[in-house]
Design a protein around this ligand. Structure first.
Ligand SMILES: [Zn+2]
Length: 304
């Protein structure tokens, strides 16, 4: 027979109780007490202290210490909601961008959620969703957000909206295609499909937003292309300037020499040279424009 530290549930006195008995009498107040209750109460005192130390450590971002105390709580009581919740906080706060730690945090929070009573369940769920969706997350966190959605009832669209938001931010962060753009589009349409089933109004709002972003991108590419082509045209004009001057001079000389002998045809001569010159300009411009447009590739535009 061994004695274990316990506390009388009636008078709160510290006791040593035999581990082989179910009931004992308190030496101080005389009540008949259940040994298991008395031992648990004694442990609970420690548990509350451990939890307090751990939560304080989390506040001070001392996650190693926090985990140490939370593990001690779990050694005594594996079903302790506060300790699982504390582990969730530790894991998520120490993640600094690592998705695995955020996923682990979500799993810990889910344990707390499953063990909690109804009122705490609602609070845990709300805190988890609000906290994670309020954070500035990256594309590496998309899997975690899907996990969050799956684990907490699949009835809250905030994680899905956040996923669409992250995908759009990355897809449209620059004109250059994102290295993971295929994956991002895949994630986005998966999230959008789920939203469509849950909330058609939010779905159409998001759909409009995605389209606007896509159109904005197309417009931007178009306007950059216009700028690049006109630059190229001016470069080509510079390049062919001498040729144009010489050609125009020769044209003027030939036409002039031919018609200058016939005084009566001077008006026609004037009209004819205007027509020739206009034709020349049109042909020249369309050739140059064609050459400029051909020389500007899509990658010139997106790398601009
Ligand atoms: Zn007592």
């Amino acid at each position: 027979m061994e004695f274990i530290a316990a506390k009388c549930p009636q008078c709160g006195a510290d006791l040593q109780v035999p581990d082989n008995k179910d009931f004992v009498y308190c030496l101080y107040c005389g009540s008949n007490i259940k040994v298991r209750d008395a031992v648990l109460i004694k442990d609970n005192v420690n548990i509350e202290n451990f939890i307090e130390i751990a939560y304080e450590a989390i506040k001070n971002r001392n996650f190693m210490e926090a985990n140490e105390y939370l593990n001690r709580v779990h050694e005594i009581d594996i079903n302790n909601v506060k300790a699982w919740w504390g582990k969730a906080g530790t894991s998520i706060n120490s993640s600094t961008g690592y998705d695995t730690l955020i996923s682990a945090g979500i799993n810990y929070a889910k344990k707390a959620y499953d063990l909690a009573d109804e009122k705490d369940k609602a609070e845990i769920k709300e805190k988890m969703i609000a906290e994670l969706c309020g954070h500035d997350l990256w594309s590496s966190h998309i899997d975690s957000l899907f996990l969050l959605f799956d684990e907490f009832g699949q009835d809250d669209i905030r994680p899905l909206k956040k996923i669409v938001d992250i995908c759009n931010k990355n897809i449209y962060s620059s004109l250059k295609p994102h290295p993971d753009s295929n994956k991002l589009f895949e994630h986005r349409s998966r999230a959008m499909n789920l939203i469509m089933k849950m909330d058609s109004k939010s779905y159409s709002q998001l759909e409009t937003k995605c389209k606007q972003l896509e159109n904005g991108r197309i417009e931007q590419i178009k306007s950059i292309r216009v700028v690049l082509v006109s630059r190229k045209i001016s470069d080509l004009n510079d390049k062919y300037l001498m040729g144009n001057v010489i050609f125009s001079a020769i044209l003027a000389l030939i036409i002039g020499a031919y018609f200058s002998t016939l005084n009566s045809l001077k008006d026609i001569w004037f009209l004819f040279s205007v027509v020739i010159f206009t034709l020349y300009c049109l042909i020249y411009y369309s050739l140059i424009k064609g050459e400029a447009e051909k020389s500007i590739s899509d990658s010139d535009v997106i790398n601009y």
